[in-house]
Design a protein around this ligand. Structure first.
Ligand SMILES: Cc1ncc(COP(=O)(O)O)c(C=O)c1O
Length: 374
């Protein structure tokens, strides 16, 4: 069967943007009319509102999640000669943030159930050069912050959380993003909170860290003195138009996350007991994932993906190759077998359609399609 016009996309922001179209246009026009395009009132408003939403003391917008990770590590003092432990199974920006600072990313394995950084693997890789650990709350599921926090604290290692896929998720009752020196967020358009282009943010509970990040974000300029440069910085500012768009969308984020959890619950119920299929963890004991993606596992992943696509069901592989085996990091000498769970995940994962506006009948079609796979 070939795919039809009634295809179910893996991700879609169409319905979300259509529902808010008038408000989003008004927000963009407000900025155009104001003529205040750089670090103006929309940034100020967004920073305060995002801090309140995430439970952080401070938030600051930046131009992408990648920049957020880079600035957080730089502000934490990461530089040449340092090692930064990151999961082998994540988006590449988690690791390149260390590389661009001249530090070496050290790839740890992931827990087979949550697909987040395995504290035991991280512990084995700690050396005298380890400066930071970057847990990723992958697919919206919180990493094991109790174990990772204990590990880091005992050795004076900085934690920077990669919250690019986990806006407002909770770990044992506490919001993610509050377990380290800083947290990095992405607002890539299809994220749980997405801008109309590239955007990101940092959160921290430390006023000192916030000030360092503010300086680094804005060309190294001293706070309150536009043409005094206190260190070599970057231009990673968040556009006012993106800040205005994000302010409109942020109000809806808790509801959208609830809707994602509802879709996840429907999948869980409908896919229970399917032979050979492993479902993602639902979260317990106050741990609340936000299902940026709903990622199942199958040892026959490629055949399942073909089957779903032939029935008009969108699906995707996040991620097909572990970072220690990617060409970008060949010089680090990673070998097959170094991170077996990450390698297995890359062979088995398949993400099913997931977005807040996914209708129940579409979820039912996805479930039927998966169940029909032989
Ligand atoms: C886990 C993770 N970290 C970092 C990033 C980088 O964010 P951005 O694309 O906004 O630079 C992403 C975005 O895809 C991500 O998924």
């Amino acid at each position: 069967m070939t795919a039809t016009a009634t295809d179910i996309p893996l991700l879609s922001i169409k319905a979300q943007n259509a529902a808010l179209a008038e408000e989003l246009k008004a927000a963009a026009c407000r900025v155009l009319d104001s003529g205040a395009f750089i670090l103006g009132p929309e940034n100020k408003g967004f920073d305060a509102e995002f801090a309140a939403a995430t439970g952080a003391k401070h938030a600051l917008g930046v131009d992408s999640g990648t920049s957020a990770l880079e600035l957080a590590l730089e502000a934490a003092g990461v530089g040449p000669g340092d090692e930064v432990i990151v999961p082998a199974f994540t988006f590449v920006a988690t690791a390149t943030a260390a590389s661009v600072l001249g530090a070496r990313p050290v790839f740890a394995d992931v827990d087979p159930e949550t697909l987040t950084l395995d504290p035991r693997s991280a512990e084995r890789l700690i050396t005298a050069k380890t400066k930071a650990i970057v847990p990723v709350h992958l697919f919206g599921h919180p990493a094991d912050m109790d174990a990772l926090g204990a590990l880091a604290q005992a050795r004076g290692i900085t934690i920077v959380e990669d919250c690019a896929q986990s806006h407002l998720a909770r770990y044992k009752g506490r919001p993610v993003g509050g377990f380290g020196a800083a947290a990095a967020y992405s607002f890539y358009p299809t994220k749980n909170l997405g801008a109309a282009g590239d955007a990101g943010a940092l959160t921290t509970d430390s006023a000192e860290m916030r000030d360092r990040l503010l300086v680094l974000r804005n060309c190294g300029r001293s706070l309150g003195a536009a043409y005094q440069y206190e260190r070599v910085g970057h231009n990673c500012r968040l556009d006012e138009i993106q800040a205005a768009i994000l302010r409109v969308k942020l109000k809806h984020l808790p509801r959208w996350n609830d809707a994602r959890r509802r879709v996840a619950a429907l999948y869980r119920e409908g896919l229970k007991g399917v032979p050979g299929l492993t479902l993602p963890p639902s979260g317990e004991g106050g741990t609340q994932p936000v299902f940026h993606l709903f990622t199942v596992r199958s040892s026959r992943r490629d055949a399942l993906a073909e089957h779903l696509k032939s029935r008009g069901v969108g699906c995707g592989v996040y991620y097909p190759s572990p970072l220690h085996l990617s060409a970008a990091y060949a010089s680090l000498g990673g070998r097959a077998g170094d991170c077996p769970e990450s390698e297995r995940a890359c062979r088995e994962v398949l993400s099913l359609p997931m977005f807040a506006e996914l209708p129940d009948d579409a979820v039912a079609r996805v479930i039927d399609a998966v169940r029909a796979f032989r």
